[in-house]
Design a protein around this ligand. Structure first.
Ligand SMILES: Cc1cc2nc3c(=O)[nH]c(=O)nc-3n(C[C@H](O)[C@H](O)[C@H](O)COP(=O)(O)O)c2cc1C
Length: 368
């Protein structure tokens, strides 16, 4: 059904236009109580065995929606309705900004991939904080808030921009993510260097604690798949040193490996971050490396190229407590999260592990 809709409608539309149209439909359905109850019962089934504790939070499932789909926190309940048990909103920047000129999102259909150079188009931390503050949640969903640097802010003042966002948004966040890995804001990824990352994460931690003295908001950092192995180890060590709660691996890649020969070469050459199937192998590799380094001391979130339950299961075995996806949602549509939950529950049942927590990192532990 969705395949027909995708082929006949979405694939003929500009990808960003298709995104807005589909997201508007989801939000409309979620506004009608009887419809949303029906759709949620169909698409967001709950499996007892998938209950997960992570970052001090209780989740119905380890599977959620990665950052970038709902940049402005306008459709959290709609996304919960279609089965995402946590929704990471953002990236939100200190100040509102329009992002890069259009066209800035490209579909590489034969490769089940996307290239985007959105450039953090968003309403800014003040507006998004106000939206989250006035939200009356319908579904019990974990809401992560992903923050990044405003483009016009010079790198030397990056920390102050992140701090501004953290102070405004931490009160409304179940967890907070420092995004230093988007390829579409000049200079952003250089913040991953440990000597820049240490003061940045320390400042954001302090800002979150100042803004929310009664609760320790979990703080995570999201990293790029393009980091060299030594740099991944360095970020992992820093995370342990600073008492960070988690690492999200990974963002999109600037590499163009893993693509078949069938996607339009002109599209392949578009500037931006590549996501979807071609990212799978590298994201998994980064996750395994992180788990080998930090073990259970830090919560790992696996993202990048997850298309089906088997991919999600492999991330859990490689060390992820939570898993996220984005691109495959575009290709597979509203039944996607449901199939992941169902497949994950089936895999756990037939595995040697009693609980999901037992499965986390099992592959890496046995190969060590
Ligand atoms: C159109 C688009 C926009 C994105 N925007 C953001 C963003 O604002 N912040 C962020 O941290 N990641 C962003 N991402 C990256 C995703 O969160 C995710 O890390 C990446 O796409 C890999 O997962 P996937 O292969 O399942 O899509 C974006 C991805 C896409 C495709």
């Amino acid at each position: 059904m969705y395949r027909i809709l995708f082929t006949l409608l979405f694939s003929r539309m500009d990808p960003e236009g298709a995104h807005h149209l589909a997201f508007r439909w989801i939000r409309r359905v979620a506004r009608v109580p009887v419809l949303r109850t029906f759709v949620a019962a169909l698409l967001a089934p709950r499996y007892e065995e998938l209950r997960t504790e992570a970052l001090g939070l209780r989740l119905h499932s380890p599977f959620g929606l990665a950052a970038g789909f709902d940049k402005n926190a306008v459709g959290i309940d709609g996304l919960a309705m279609v089965g995402f048990d946590h929704v990471e909103i953002g990236t939100v920047t200190g100040e509102p900004q329009p992002g890069n000129p259009k066209k800035r999102l490209f579909r590489l259909v034969p490769d089940r991939a996307l290239i985007n150079r959105m450039g953090f188009n968003n309403d800014g931390s003040l507006a998004v904080a106000a939206r989250l503050a006035s939200r009356r949640p319908v579904f019990r969903t974990v809401v992560g808030v992903n923050i990044g640097k405003t483009k016009v802010v010079p790198e030397s003042e990056a920390a102050a921009d992140y701090v501004k966002s953290a102070e405004r948004l931490a009160p409304h966040a179940d967890y907070l993510v420092v995004n230093v890995s988007s390829p579409n804001t000049p200079g952003l990824r250089s913040l991953q260097a440990v000597d820049q990352l240490r003061p940045l994460l320390t400042a954001v931690r302090e800002a979150a604690d100042r803004a929310v003295p009664a609760r320790r908001v979990p703080l995570l950092v999201k990293i790029a798949p393009d980091l060299a192995d030594g740099d991944i180890d360095a970020v992992a060590d820093l995370a342990v040193e600073l008492g960070l709660d988690g690492i999200i691996a990974t963002n999109t890649t600037i590499a163009r490996e893993g693509l078949g020969l069938t996607s339009d070469p002109a599209l392949v050459q578009e500037t931006g971050g590549l996501s979807g199937a071609p990212l799978k192998a590298r994201s998994l590799e980064v996750l395994r490396r992180l788990y080998a380094r930090v073990g259970d001391r830090i919560t790992l979130v696996g993202v990048g190229g997850i298309e089906n339950a088997e991919d999600a299961w492999q991330r859990i075995l490689a060390g992820a407590t939570l898993v996220q996806g984005y691109s495959a949602f575009i290709y597979q549509g509203p039944f996607w999260a449901r199939s992941i939950h169902k497949g994950l529950a089936a895999r756990l049942r037939t595995s040697p592990y009693t609980t999901l927590a037992d499965a986390v990192g099992a592959d890496v532990r046995t190969s060590a």
